[in-house]
Design a protein around this ligand. Structure first.
Ligand SMILES: NC(=O)CCC(=O)C(=O)O
Length: 265
């Protein structure tokens, strides 16, 4: 089974929510021209990744605007969307939330970023989520996390143990740690033997330069796409039929010894 995936890498304007929705609509429209099966957006594309008290006023109440916006687009173009993430307010708390939409425009999964990036005090302004999610896109078992979450291999392994073939990582990752971005995403794809699509922002987040360098990786860690540091929409195909052979040749899921590993300390 082959699927086309469109990576939408763009420079979010911090604090200008209206401009960001307009830009995302333009970029989604650009993306559908390449006939993708799935379109993927970066992290906190409505507000920018700016953990500050002002966030609560800018965040999307109950994610309503974002859900309707992405749903209308997905339905109109019959395309699946992994909606990066947006800042939302739910029951008075701010979350960093991913919405996933199928071709009918239904929200089929919702995920709140679990690990707040403490060097930026994210956990002081965003409430952490409490569950890993799974969803099916065109019969492909999928999961995702958000940015800093990728540093926690247990999260991705837990998702992988449920049989995930395709994993998504929306992010706002800075250039200064570009090497970590590449290594961590490649490691997660290889150790869990799955395709991985990591879509980063680019441009300035205040004083921080966001790296771009979005990646579409196969389960060998090979780069199907590796974007540069500029705004761009790129689409490429993944061939899921290679998974069976890789998993038979190096059968880590059979060979692992979970009884000898402790993950609770
Ligand atoms: N938005 C983020 O979670 C930033 C994560 C990051 O910069 C890092 O893990 O390094």
């Amino acid at each position: 089974m082959k699927k086309n995936i469109a990576l939408v890498q763009f420079a979010v304007t911090v604090g200008d929510v209206a401009a960001n929705y307009t830009r995302v609509e333009q970029l989604l429209t650009e993306a559908v021209a390449s006939y993708p099966d799935i379109i993927v957006l970066p992290e906190t594309w409505n507000t920018g990744f700016a953990p500050t008290p002002a966030l609560k006023d800018m965040a999307d109440p109950d994610g309503e605007r974002t859900r309707h916006f992405l749903s209308d687009f997905a339905k109109k173009h019959a395309v699946n969307i992994v909606g990066g993430s947006v800042a939302t307010v739910k029951k008075g708390y701010v979350y960093n939330t991913t919405y996933v939409l199928d071709r009918q425009g239904s929200v089929i999964s919702e995920y709140d970023k679990i690990h707040g990036f403490s060097p930026a005090k994210e956990e002081k302004f965003f409430t952490g989520g409490n569950h890993i999610h799974h969803f099916m896109l065109d019969d492909i078992p999928c999961s995702s996390c958000i940015c800093y979450d990728i540093r926690f291999p247990e999260l991705v392994r837990t998702a992988a143990l449920q049989g995930v073939d395709l994993f998504f990582v929306p992010a706002q990752w800075p250039t200064i740690r570009l090497r970590h971005w590449e290594i961590l995403n490649i490691a997660r794809a290889v150790e869990n033997q799955m395709f991985l699509c990591a879509v980063n922002g680019c441009g300035q987040l205040g004083k921080v330069t966001c790296a771009g360098n979005s990646l579409l990786l196969d389960p060998w860690g090979e780069e199907i796409l590796h974007l540069d540091g500029t705004e761009q929409v790129r689409t490429a195909s993944i061939d899921l039929s290679i998974l069976k052979d890789i998993r038979q040749r190096i059968n880590v899921f059979h060979d692992r010894k979970p009884g000898l590993y402790r993950s609770d300390y």
